[in-house]
Write a protein that binds this ligand. Sequence first.
Ligand code: NI
Length: 135
Amino acid sequence: MIYVTRRAEFSAAHYYHNPRLSPEENRRLFGKCNNPNGHGHNYVLEVTVTGEVDPETGMVLDLKDLKAAIEKEVLAAMDHRFLNKEVPVFADKIPTTENIAIEIWRRLAPNLPTGRLHRVRLFETPDLYVDFYGD
Ligand code: NI
């Protein structure tokens, strides 16, 4: 198997809040992250695609096309956005690193030029990342 990974960066703001819980429970669970004015992160995204090497091109997929798909499906929606307010899915889903990775998968998987999405890795900080494999 061969895996091709492309990295991209974006900046976004979020806050953590569960409307089904009381303000006290929200503060207890999420601490500083519960501040509705939000805070920002410089996210680093790694998108890994797997597939067959095309004997004609020597590639699994054209990396320009992968870059374009990431820009169109992810960065256009999330870069420099307040995720809770500007990305509709996060109006009622907490934009944790986990949920952002799942949403990125949902947007990218059906829109790859060729190959199959293998993994979405999303760093919230250089020391913290989540991996999503689509199930
Ligand atoms: Ni945060």
